[in-house]
Design a protein around this ligand. Structure first.
Ligand code: GLC
Length: 547
């Protein structure tokens, strides 16, 4: 079937279901809540939804530990609610993509339960190694979440590999039967009408033969033996050939540690196996590879990441554009300013929405939700946060350790969406499963609906412009004043249309930088954060000009 690449014209909205909207009053976000809010999502100009996992799961990693791939968790409303949401999307001309998590399953998945008992054909569905419970581990790899990557299983009497939490055993993708299972899952959802998949840590699925030890030093020991592993392209090509090529669908691969040149091996439009990639460089302007190694925010690093991907993918592949998702603290609290949250929120929106690619918004980003800061580490839910808190910075004071978590934890961005200023921010009529950010009285959807200058309405304007202007979709990208530490300036160009974006990331007034050859007197200012005609930019001011 012909792939029409419809995703190039879209803007996606990511739903992290637990915290989006509770429809049945049990305190947990669900698909009934999503159904209520489909019009809201559409009103933003978003025409696609990516669901973080909604399958049955014990919730050890908030759904990224799946116990059944072909069902919907009853706590989210089950299959009945899902069918209504899918229909609701399609009736509105919107698309829906699911999260495909097949690097690992939950240890409560039936496959694992059978594998640990050596029941065929499941015996080799996972990565098992012999040994003794107190003997050496099969290798020195670290898990991404909880200490070492191996756990002893009493039932089978062997070690199993888990690159994430203990309750997330890695599948053995080298086993053809496992790959056939993946294809079955894909067809199941595509046949139901789902429009594609976001593929969770998919670059980890092929491990190096023999699972060799890594050097002593690196963080995430072992990563170079499983990220972009030996058969990764072969397996992805197999999924494409046997499944995706038979549907007009869309695939988005999450790839921790990938650079544009390597990404092209996956997403080059003529030779790749998938459509787009979630890269992490855009999240590393204030940390070293991971949020747990924070540094000062550097605008130059952010600009370099944006520009690298824009330049190197141009004409060959399509960018996935994002500044937030469920795995990182909130962007205003990191790259922007909580003091100037409206202005910096708008400028962050402008900084990425006018680039080439398909933008994604994460729930709450459009109203400027900010980091949640619990006063007690026990309030954290996330498995990665809890492990890190317990095992790092042990020499620091409890308060310092807690403050570090505020900056690093994924839970900083997982609090319920703030719909209005009523109790629990209008998220639920019951007792919320998680804490609501106390700033909800000030920051919420209802207040911003009523204010034409709100961040929410600014997102709507920016998205509408992006959809209207050919140059945003297809113009060439050029960055100006690369060395500026306070302004991000880029242009987009077609023979018939030209766009200039100027963003100040400073909390002080700045003289606006205008590149040579751009005569502002003949331009139309189509979007701006401030009413300001002078050449001095206010803190976090941004402007978009069109010729
Ligand atoms: C991805 C997901 C993250 C999850 C992890 C393990 O990085 O985005 O939320 O915890 O994979 O599945």
């Amino acid at each position: 079937m012909e792939r029409t690449r419809w995703y190039k014209d879209m803007v996606f909205y990511q739903i992290w279901p637990r915290s989006f909207k509770d429809g049945d009053g049990d305190g947990m976000g669900d698909l009934w809540g999503v159904l209520e809010k489909l019009d809201y999502i559409q009103s933003l100009g978003c025409d696609g939804i990516w669901f973080s996992p909604i399958y049955p799961s014990p919730g050890a990693d908030c759904g990224y530990d799946i116990a059944d791939y072909m069902d919907i968790d009853p706590q989210f409303g089950g299959m009945e609610a899902f069918r209504q949401v899918l229909k609701g999307c399609h009736d509105r001309g919107m698309k829906l993509i699911m999260d495909l998590v097949v690097n690992h399953t939950s240890d409560e998945h039936d496959w694992f339960q059978k594998s640990r008992r050596r029941i065929d054909p499941y015996t080799d569905y996972y990565i098992w190694r012999p040994g003794t419970p107190d003997g050496p581990l099969p290798n020195n790899w670290d898990s991404n979440f909880e200490g070492k990557a191996w756990t002893w299983d009493e039932v089978r009497g062997e070690w199993y590999l888990h690159l994430f939490a203990v309750k997330q055993p890695d599948l053995n993708m080298d086993n053809q039967l496992v790959r056939e299972e993946v294809k079955k899952i894909l067809r199941f959802w595509l046949d139901m009408g789902v429009d594609g998949f976001r593929e969770d840590v998919i670059t980890y699925i092929s491990k190096k033969d023999g699972l060799p030890n890594d050097h002593i030093f690196p963080i995430y020991k072992g990563m170079r033996h499983y990220n972009h592993g030996p058969r990764i392209h072969q397996y992805l090509a197999e999924f494409k050939r046997d499944v995706f090529d038979h549907y007009d669908c869309f695939t988005l691969a999450e790839a921790p540690l990938v650079w544009p040149k390597q990404a092209l091996k996956y997403i080059d439009e003529t030779s790749g196996q998938i459509d787009m990639m979630i890269q992490f460089q855009c999240q590393c302007a204030d940390c070293l590879f991971t949020d747990y190694l924070p540094t000062r925010f550097s605008l130059r690093r952010m600009k370099k990441a944006f520009s690298d991907w824009q330049n190197k993918l141009a004409g060959r592949a399509w960018n996935m554009l994002y500044i937030e998702n469920h795995d990182h603290p909130r962007i205003i609290s990191r790259y922007g300013s909580e003091k100037y949250w409206v202005e910096s929120g708008k400028t962050l929106a402008v900084s990425y929405l006018f680039q080439q690619g398909t933008p994604f918004l994460y729930q709450g980003q459009e109203i400027g939700m900010q980091n949640w800061r619990p006063e007690d580490p026990e309030m954290y839910e996330d498995v990665q946060t809890r492990y890190n808190y317990a095992h790092s910075n042990l020499k620091k004071s409890p308060q310092e350790r807690l403050e570090k978590m505020w900056r690093s934890s994924r839970d900083s961005a997982r609090t319920p969406v703030q719909w209005d200023d009523t109790e629990n921010a209008g998220f639920t009529t019951g007792k919320p499963w998680f804490y609501v950010n106390p700033n909800y009285k000030e920051i919420n959807v209802a207040a911003q609906e009523a204010d034409p200058d709100s961040l929410l309405n600014f997102y709507r304007k920016a998205i509408a412009l992006r959809k209207e202007l050919e140059v945003v979709r297809h113009g060439t990208y050029r960055e100006h004043f690369r060395r500026s530490k306070t302004q991000y300036v880029y242009s987009r160009e077609l023979p018939t249309q030209r766009l200039l974006v100027i963003c100040s990331f400073s909390d002080r007034p700045q003289k606006m930088k205008v590149p040579k050859g751009f005569d502002l007197t003949t331009a139309q200012r189509i979007l701006s954060t401030h009413e300001n005609d002078t050449s001095i930019l206010h803190p976090y001011e941004s402007r978009v000009y069109l010729w």
